[in-house]
Ligand binder design. Structure first.
Ligand code: PAD
Ligand code: ZN
Length: 369
């Protein structure tokens, strides 16, 4: 049994409490990991304040992290004690219909993430005698955790862990949305709605794919400088315009952007992003988490021509196979994450990190033990 610290959400809307937890050894096909760095994502922030987690409290938040394997349970074959590893927000079991289909990445085993436990009814973690839920079956705002082998992948031994922690969720999601889901083409025009850590990663992906013009759209102008650093060619706050952003982009980009990305997490922005796509061939990708069962209101007029609306989850990557390759690509300097990580704090300063995210002052804050 390992006794250590974790950030626990006892009820939605409450601040996170740093508590002592007990982490039992891993069972069959499970891995116990010492967490080295964890990023805070817009999804953590959103869910912490809403009722979606009320039935899963107490819960250890966090899902974007890297660490070192402390021990493994029976029948674990893909990682060993001492390996550097990255957490996978979507597992890859390799056996379900989704895993066997080259076009999909929503492994059927994600059902555990939906109940925030590593199996139907258990986790290896307790606090004050209570069983702890683990956000997305991970729960990385902790010093140690136990997760399923299918939710973790070995990365390069030389990977700088504090830098690559954000690849597991925010970066993979945004970069993959551009590369895999939209399939941005060289010379194209792109518009990215929402310039948080995920939106900036979309821009990095658009640039890597050879986009000629990338328009960053946000209601917080403080995000513009970073967006330009990573590749935006123009930034705009829709509230400063005299006409709707759709019309502005229609005029600016000769009929609209070839590719638009909704990365704010608002349902209303989906219609705006779709309406900003090129009227004939534009492709709009929903990246932001727009909530379950939220109706989206879109005028049928937007589909009179050949616009496409699609969704993307975790950038479409087959996680266990492909996320470690993104870490290697980072090490080969195919992209730069430095501008995206604006703050580094410790786990005990987690509520400060949450406030920095909520205030819009921070893109990504990485927490070290
Ligand atoms: P973030 O909160 O850091 O960034 C969101 C940005 O959107 C901020 O800069 C806001 O100012 C901006 N914004 C808010 N409202 C508007 C608006 N109406 N118009 C323009 N800009 C606006 O979050 P993030 O970058 O970490 O995550 C972005 C979304 O992506 C969020 O909804 C998160 O839950 C989602 C996400 N999805 C996946 C996935 O697999 N689909 C993975 C990770 C994150
Ligand atoms: Zn699977």
């Amino acid at each position: 049994m390992i006794r250590c610290k974790a950030a626990v959400l006892w009820k939605p809307g409450a601040p996170l409490a740093i508590e002592e937890i007990e982490v039992a050894p891993p069972k069959k096909k499970e891995v116990r990991i010492k967490i080295v760095a964890t990023g805070i994502c817009g999804t953590d922030i959103k869910d912490m304040d809403t009722d979606v987690l009320s039935q899963f409290c107490p819960i250890i938040m966090g899902h974007e992290a890297v660490g070192i394997v402390e021990s493994v349970g029976e029948e674990v074959s893909t990682v060993r004690t001492g390996d550097k590893v990255i957490f996978l927000c979507i597992p890859q079991c390799g056996e379900c219909n989704t895993c066997l289909n080259s076009k999909n990445n929503m492994c059927a085993e994600i059902r555990h993430s939906a109940v925030h436990l590593i199996s139907e009814d258990s986790s290896r973690i307790t606090c004050k005698g209570k069983l702890m839920h683990q956000y997305f079956a991970l729960g990385t705002l902790s010093e140690y955790t136990v997760i399923n082998e299918i939710s973790v992948a070995k990365v390069d031994d030389a990977a700088p862990l504090e830098k690559v922690s954000i690849i597991g969720c925010g970066f993979a999601t945004g970069y993959g949305a551009a590369i895999n889901s939209a399939k941005v083409t060289p010379g194209s025009t792109c518009a990215v709605f929402g310039l948080g850590g995920v939106g900036l990663s979309v821009i990095i992906g658009c640039k890597a794919a050879g986009a000629a013009r990338i328009i960053g759209v946000d209601i917080n102008k403080d995000k513009f400088a970073k967006a330009r650093t990573v590749g935006a060619t123009y930034c705009v706050d829709p509230r400063d315009l005299e006409k709707p952003i759709e019309e502005f982009l229609f005029d600016m980009l000769n009929g609209g952007a070839d590719f638009c990305f909704e990365v704010t997490g608002n349902t209303e922005t989906v219609a705006t992003a779709l309406g900003s796509c090129h009227k004939d061939h534009g492709v709009c990708v929903i990246v932001g988490s727009i909530g379950f069962c939220s109706p989206i209101s879109i005028s049928s007029e937007l589909f009179i021509s050949r616009r496409t609306l699609k969704a993307s989850v975790l950038g479409g990557w087959k996680t266990k196979e492909e996320i470690p390759k993104l870490v290697s690509d980072y090490m080969a300097q195919k992209f730069n994450l430095d501008p995206v990580i604006t703050h580094t704090l410790t786990l005990s300063e987690v509520n400060e990190a949450v406030q920095l995210m909520k205030s819009g002052q921070c893109i990504r804050c990485v927490l070290l033990p």
